[in-house]
Design a protein around this ligand. Structure first.
Ligand code: 13P
Ligand code: SF4
Length: 310
């Protein structure tokens, strides 16, 4: 049985031999973060997947992220080390739910958070991530918007773009949902000098208490540029590990207890090795659905002024 260092060496060897690259999300366990070629938030990883030249992409994250990489890079072999690493929020909305919302709001354009299935993306006008949701909604050439599936992100965007009329779906992230107003108030009273930075998937009561509302990589940039040295970070614990590693002089506090996404934590270094070695689990997307989903993803990645009218 290979130990950690042995696995890391074998992963490096296989990457070279197979012309592969490892993309990892900021919530992955530290060993996996450290073996990645690119570590980032959903938007950064999508942009990377669209321009990579390697033949194989190993995506250490959750399924919708690997599917997005496959749609943006259809000629590549995209591997997800754990097939059971899904995002429960992505599975909350069905096609019937979306079609019913469209029926009720025929004038509205559909903005879909990337934390969603390929089928839902395929019936959307444009995708967004937590890093660009406000910008996407602000620039869309429609006043009415169906925003799915995250209600908290939708509420935050609606607050930032009040001239749009947004219709929200009641999806949520079970990890960010656990971050309470009371926890933030308690942490603030314990560390009054600390800045409170939160992910927009938290509930509106928590967003209202924040100094900054940012995507995971937005939070990383903020803490590294800030002259402050203490931060209360309201998101999944994996990001705090990266922050600590990259900002040794600064202190990061979770919101009360550490919040863990068990789906993100499924992938181990051994799984990454097995994925590369056995070229598993290959992500495939029906080409007809992929083509439609690609349109919504491209609308997000290309300059927003190009967004087509409804
Ligand atoms: P980011 O795009 O901010 O990294 O968020 C992805 C995610 O799944 C948050 O829960
Ligand atoms: Fe999905 Fe929440 Fe996990 Fe992000 S943290 S992958 S939204 S369950």
């Amino acid at each position: 049985m290979l130990e950690k260092n042995g696995l890391a060496r074998e992963i490096a060897r296989l990457k070279k031999e197979k012309n592969a690259v490892i993309l990892a999300h900021n919530y992955q366990i530290e060993d996996v973060q450290l073996c990645a070629d690119f570590l980032g938030d959903s938007l950064e990883l999508s942009r990377k997947a669209a321009v990579l030249t390697q033949a194989i992409i190993v995506f250490a994250g959750v399924k919708f992220m690997a599917e997005t990489a496959k749609i943006l890079s259809p000629g590549k072999k995209v591997l997800l080390p754990r097939l059971d690493a899904g995002c429960p929020m992505a599975d909350m909305i069905t096609l019937d739910d979306l079609r019913e919302m469209k029926r009720q709001h025929p004038q509205a354009m559909v903005v879909t958070y990337v934390n969603s299935s390929v089928e839902i993306k395929a019936e959307s006008d444009v995708c967004c991530t937590s890093a660009n949701a406000v910008q996407v909604v602000a620039n869309i050439p429609a006043r009415e918007i169906i925003f799915i599936p995250d209600e908290n992100l939708g509420n935050y965007v609606q607050k930032m773009v009040p001239d749009k009329k947004m219709f929200l779906f009641e999806g949520f992230c079970y990890v960010h949902w656990r971050i309470s107003e009371e926890e933030i108030i308690e942490m603030r009273s314990r560390y009054p000098q600390a800045k409170v930075i939160v992910h927009p998937e938290v509930c509106p009561e928590v967003t209202a208490l924040a100094d900054e509302v940012l995507s995971t990589s937005g939070m990383l940039k903020f803490v590294s540029r800030s002259s402050q040295t203490e931060f209360i970070v309201a998101t999944e614990q994996g990001l705090l590990e990266r922050m600590k590693r990259e900002n040794p002089g600064k202190t990061f506090y979770p919101p009360g207890t550490a919040k863990i996404c068990s789906n993100m934590k499924r992938t181990t270094l051994r799984d990454v090795y097995d994925a590369l070695n056995e070229e598993k689990y290959e992500i495939t997307v029906d080409p007809a659905i992929a083509e439609k989903a690609l349109h919504a993803l491209r609308e997000m990645l290309e300059p927003l002024k190009k967004l087509s009218s409804h």
